[in-house]
Write a protein of this length. Sequence first.
Length: 145
Amino acid sequence: MKLSERAAYIKGLIDGLELDPKDKQTKVFRLIAELLGDMAEEIGELEQCYDDVCDQIDGIGEDLAGVEDIIYDEDYDGGIDYSKSGESSDLAYETTCPSCDTTISLSEASLNMGSIKCPNCGEVLEFDYDPDELDSDVPEQSAEE
Ligand SMILES: [Zn+2]
């Protein structure tokens, strides 16, 4: 039985006692029954709010997971440290080997080849090199909504 139903049940029981309406105790009983009813109603509303908030948190969590996918995909797929793209030296780019975490400096020539062998562990690292994308300071992210 729900709280509101139990409150109504108790109120019905009190009414059924056919207490003297002029008796002070009767008044107290009725006020208590009324209070129980109000409290049950408010708790019901709070529960509804709680459910709504939980749903919203779930939604935020899903959105955040989507954002994390975009951020980490950028790191692992490209493997290019865009903060170095402003430098003009031959070793303008760096990537991190996913197998041994070694930081590898890349020349533009090796970027053009599309892959490089990790000098530490021999893992072949592949990347999609788009010169147009590297020209801009901020890498463009495809809108994934
Ligand atoms: Zn490695």
